[in-house]
Ligand binder design. Sequence first.
Ligand code: SF4
Length: 64
Amino acid sequence: MKLTVDARKCCGSGQCVLAAPEFFDQDDTGIVVLLAEEAGDDAAGDVEEAVFSCPTAAIEIVGR
Ligand code: SF4
């Protein structure tokens, strides 16, 4: 799957980092940083949890 993040929507809650730390990090101000734009099937659960847990819908799965 392919991922995008919209940093303008991010409020810095960090839920995505807890759910899938191999794909999401936060910069010095807490704003999300996407570490990898592609995720394999083995990581789908973690990534979907990150999408679901993001309070501002800043993470999107754009392709499978
Ligand atoms: S869960 Fe959403 S709002 Fe929180 S840091 Fe990640 S992208 Fe930003």
